[in-house]
Design a protein around this ligand. Structure first.
Ligand code: SAJ
Length: 407
């Protein structure tokens, strides 16, 4: 099988590299010429444990990178699926464009697998109609599949190999073919089902996690009101064999969990009540952090003079991705509420993306009185002593056995 992976970002690149390093003939395609050129010159484009090694193995396995769509037996579409901030509905334009480009290059009978997360019904509503209008008979000239990715940034390479997967298809025989390709590297269970079930399952998984985090965040706010320790309460509650509450935090970021539940709210506005409420609770957390900062500054009598620093810009620990990051949302709120120049530092973000951004932990700490831990990067966990003497708001509960403030 010759496989073409479209979209060489956080999902497409590791997937393409994994297949190529397991004996599959792979061409990775992206419309970003700079990115393709970097990959062709031996450079990976983002940081992820094990990605460099995997990339080298893929190069040895003959992987190619290009801006041109080749003819292939199977195409894997791994492009972003944003949502429209007003209607909350999915914006499938990147997926549609990718499939259009596939049509101009593909062989008869090739399989197009959409890996990008899409709302239930996207393939029926947006992909099937134009494929048919373009004169292709689905199921004969071309086959459609949905093979949603499930890997978690920070542990992608392990999860690519070990997580179970879902393959949604019209025809089970095509499902077996797709399964065979993924089986080249995936040791997890691969379940073949229909396309809409696969679409819905993926969105349901991320929504479940969002609701669980919203519950933890709501508990944090309830506990704050009456001086209860939410972390201790969750720790003890989780000893119950059927309870598994996640951790409160400064908000839910990333391009997945903070986006996908909106697809259900957008498509089922009268039914997705709990889902919408959970999204709103999580989206409200940066504002809660802001009010905690003000309270704590008042408590320490530094309301007008204190220099505040935010530790962490990425959406979670030990990744370099800042999409939908709670820190960026907090900075937006701060612009509205606090006039003073807040300082920011993140060891994973090496280029300047916000004002007053530092690139050295010591220089950052030297310039602030209060540190708000927005992300629990390992760097900080391994150098906690550096926080001595600072007023600390720890939104991630990483400062164990230290006198700090919490959410
Ligand atoms: N977070 C909390 N408390 C927690 C756990 C997470 O506040 O207890 C926050 C994180 O800090 C982050 C956000 O939630 O801001 C999301 O992080 P995450 O690690 O929960 O998830 P993602 O977005 O990195 O990856 C998710 C995963 N989905 C599930 O675990 C159900 C991953 O498996 C998916 O492949 C990925 O979304 C995706 O691409 O859809």
């Amino acid at each position: 099988m010759k496989v073409c992976v479209i979209g060489l970002g956080y999902i497409g690149l590791p997937t393409a590299a994994m297949m190529a390093s397991h004996g599959v003939e792979v061409i990775g395609v992206d419309f970003n010429q700079e990115l393709v050129s970097m990959l062709n010159h031996g450079q990976v484009t983002f940081k992820e444990d094990g990605l460099e090694e995997l990339y080298r193995a893929a190069v040895e396995g003959g992987i190619q990178f290009s801006c041109e769509y080749p003819d292939a037996d199977m195409y894997i579409v791994a492009v972003p699926t944003p949502y429209d901030k007003l209607s909350k509905k999915i914006d499938p334009s990147y997926v549609i464009n990718a499939v259009k480009c596939v049509l101009s290059a593909c062989r008869k009978g090739s399989i197009v697998c959409v890996e990008s997360t899409i709302s239930p019904g996207t393939i029926d509503r947006f992909i099937r109609p134009f494929v048919e209008e373009a004169g292709y008979e689905i199921g004969k000239d071309i086959h459609l599949a949905h093979t949603p990715e499930r890997i978690v940034p920070g542990n992608m390479i392990y999860e690519l190999e070990h997580n179970s997967r879902t393959v949604g298809v019209d025809d089970p025989a095509i499902g077996e073919k797709v399964k065979a390709v993924y089986s080249s590297f995936c040791t997890g269970d691969i379940v073949v089902t229909d396309i809409r079930t696969a679409e819905m399952t993926k969105v349901v998984e991320n929504t479940y996690r969002d609701i669980n985090i919203a519950y933890a965040n709501e508990l944090a706010r309830i506990c704050r009101q009456d001086g209860m320790d939410v972390h201790e309460i969750i720790r003890i509650a989780n000893k119950h064999p059927r309870v598994n509450i996640l951790s409160p935090g400064p908000g839910v970021g990333g391009h997945c969990i903070s986006v996908d539940p909106w697809f259900l709210v957008g498509d089922y506005p009268n039914l997705a009540n709990l889902i919408k409420q959970a999204r709103q609770i999580n989206d409200g957390m940066p504002e809660h952090v802001l009010s905690r900062i003000s309270e704590i500054m008042d408590e320490h009598g530094i309301a007008d003079v204190g220099r505040v620093g935010l530790y962490g810009l990425t959406y979670k620990e030990d990744v370099d991705d800042v999409r939908e990051s709670p820190t960026l949302q907090l900075l937006e709120s701060m612009k509205r509420h606090l006039a003073r120049g807040v300082k920011v530092y993140d060891p994973w973000v090496t280029h300047d993306i916000v004002e007053n951004q530092y690139h050295e932990l010591d220089a950052f700490l030297g310039d602030v009185d209060m540190v708000v831990v927005m992300v629990g990067h390992s760097e900080l966990k391994n150098s906690m002593e550096k926080l001595a003497g600072k007023i600390v708001l720890d939104t991630r509960y990483i400062c164990k056995d230290m006198s700090v403030h919490h959410l």
